[in-house]
Design a protein. Structure first.
Length: 221
């Protein structure tokens, strides 16, 4: 039986079903395109987490059996939930599980960060050893990564204006908060303007899936 090191870091990623993902891009992408893009980005996020040497385990919280199977093929541990309850509730529910008392800290982030890299993740882990580290989105409105040490140091509250909310909650609870600006983690895909930024980036090849004929995503090792 494996023993968790007391200084270990786990990662936790909430993922919707492919059918319900990226609804705010419906004006520019069809449902099959949004599903393919969802899986391509999720694969990139999970592989970056797997390739980050500072992260011992990667968990995916989802209500979709298909997504759970997809995550398991990429080396993540799926947490199958009974219903889609939103990102923050999915994270909070997962954190209440007994096993999340084991790691020293937990890194929470969404599955739609196309510029993510193991180096960017390592930078988060090296920023602070206690309290929380908050990584804002490119507009400094939302939160694109939240590192909590210990794992339940702060209740996650992702979504609109979550950057300020996380800082306010930390201040109210007396929890040390560190802000990290990370270009590699600042872009998420919530609106058509985000797609335009991705098209001009080094990760533009992710958008090749939009023109694919197959709806399934080929997993690569």
């Amino acid at each position: 039986m494996s023993v968790t090191h007391p200084s270990s870091t786990w990662a936790l990623v909430p993922l919707k079903s492919g059918e319900h993902a990226k609804s705010r891009l419906a004006s520019v992408l069809s449902a099959p395109q949004r599903s393919r893009l969802f899986f391509a980005m999720a694969q990139r996020v999970l592989q970056a987490l797997r390739d980050c040497s500072g992260i011992e385990k990667v968990f995916v919280a989802t209500a979709s059996p298909r997504v759970a199977s997809f995550a398991a093929q990429l080396g993540a541990c799926p947490i199958l939930q009974s219903t889609e309850i939103g990102m923050s509730f999915a994270l909070s529910s997962a954190l209440r599980r007994d096993e999340f008392s084991q790691p020293r800290r937990v890194l929470m982030l969404p599955g739609d960060l196309p510029l993510i890299s193991p180096a960017a993740l390592t930078e988060i882990l090296e920023t602070s050893e206690s309290g929380i580290v908050v990584v804002p989105d490119r507009q400094r409105i939302g939160t694109n990564a939240l590192l909590c040490s210990p794992p339940r140091a702060l209740t996650p509250d992702f979504g609109g204006h979550s950057f300020d909310r996380h800082l306010a909650r930390a201040a109210a609870a007396g929890v040390k908060a560190t802000v990290l600006e990370s270009p590699a983690l600042s872009l998420d895909l919530d609106c058509p303007a985000d797609l335009d930024i991705l098209r001009c980036s080094d990760a533009a090849q992710l958008l090749d899936v939009l023109d694919a004929e197959e709806t399934s995503i080929a997993l690569t090792e």
